[in-house]
Design a protein around this ligand. Structure first.
Ligand code: SF4
Ligand code: SF4
Length: 328
């Protein structure tokens, strides 16, 4: 018997719900049920530059959160990192083999700037509909959560940890972009959680960071779902790092931990069709009230068994053995 969910039944805050844009569903903006592939639209995390239907609700999220010094300082730090100017692009672009370019990214892991790096080509269908870019390559960067902080979700302590890691991801993207510009190649950082030019998750899957979990976030072979992403757009000729699948899809089909832990039951037990692709999907309209009332929730990524430190090797071996048995 699963433990009863301490947050159910969940009743959304009426003040928040009053701001709901009439007749609008975030799921429709996300393209739920659409058979055609199309570029994504912004549903949340606007920088204020995009006029979005849920803009007032996003403002409520920021106004509603407790004004704890540590959280406010981290928000300010993230802004300062993002606004810091990038170096000029050097006149002569450095020349390296694609493999050498990609190997050079390891310096950012060695310096503790990021915990994983990868590269894939930019897919135009994953560029936001109102954005444009000529860049052809995406460098992905992962920063790992401190699990002991994350596991306190949905407390503010976890919200602070998430904000801290977004600072690190922004710093990583700025450092990599700065390095490339000093090497003579144009580069543009993409930092979360605010929407940048591209969807980061599908590019990160292509770059080998893991697979999409039932909770709509990624599962990485080392960090589970306890990590955040940053990215850099460039044309420097990096070698792609390639996908890495290790059986998550199958695992999620047989696991219900996040579904049961999600207070508003927003995690779909089945894959859904979204902008022409069949994949795991989180119901935006159900998730967002709890998310907004708890400074970003994060329960689903915290409870995912893959996020617990030290378990992933064991899970991967079990999945490999299961796959072997199936093939016998
Ligand atoms: S909790 Fe279970 S079902 Fe949910 S994403 Fe993690 S492994 Fe998949
Ligand atoms: S973030 Fe959303 S989907 Fe995840 S547990 Fe919280 S409410 Fe549910």
């Amino acid at each position: 018997m699963p433990k009863p969910n301490p947050y159910r039944p969940f009743e959304p805050d009426p003040e928040f719900m009053q701001l709901w844009p009439e007749g609008i569903s975030g799921n429709a903006i996300n393209g739920l049920g659409e058979a055609e592939v199309r570029r994504p639209d912004v549903v949340w995390w606007t920088t204020g530059k995009e006029d979005i239907a849920f803009g007032e609700m996003q403002n409520w999220f920021y106004q509603h959160e407790p004004k704890i010094d540590k959280l406010m300082a981290l928000r300010q730090e993230r802004r300062a990192i993002i606004e810091a100017p990038l170096p000029q692009i050097a006149d002569r672009p450095a020349q390296r083999s694609p493999q050498d370019w990609t190997a050079q990214l390891d310096q950012f892991i060695a310096r503790g700037v990021a915990e994983q790096v990868g590269v894939t080509r930019l897919r135009p269908e994953w560029v936001y509909a109102h954005h444009h870019t000529e860049f052809k390559q995406v460098i992905l960067l992962a920063v790992q959560h401190q699990y002991d902080e994350l596991k306190t979700a949905p407390t503010l302590q976890a919200g602070i940890e998430v904000t801290y890691q977004y600072c690190r991801a922004a710093e990583a993207a700025k450092q990599v972009a700065g390095w490339l510009r000093e090497e003579g190649w144009d580069a543009e950082p993409v930092t979360g959680p605010m929407v940048g030019k591209i969807l980061m998750i599908p590019h990160a899957i292509e770059a080998g960071f893991g697979e999409l979990g039932k909770h709509g976030s990624m599962i990485n072979a080392k960090f589970g779902s306890a990590f955040r992403l940053g990215a850099v757009l460039t044309d420097a000729p990096f070698a792609e790092t390639g996908r890495h699948s290790f059986g998550v899809d199958d695992f999620c089909s047989n696991c219900r931990v996040c579904e049961e832990a999600c207070p508003p039951a927003a995690i779909s037990p089945e894959k859904r069709q979204v902008r022409g692709e069949t994949k795991w999907y989180v119901d935006f309209d159900k998730c967002i009230p709890f998310f907004a009332e708890t400074s970003g929730c994060a329960i689903c990524i915290a409870v995912c068994p893959w996020s617990r430190p030290g378990v992933s090797d064991n899970l991967i071996s079990k999945l490999a053995r299961r796959a072997e048995r199936k093939n016998q």
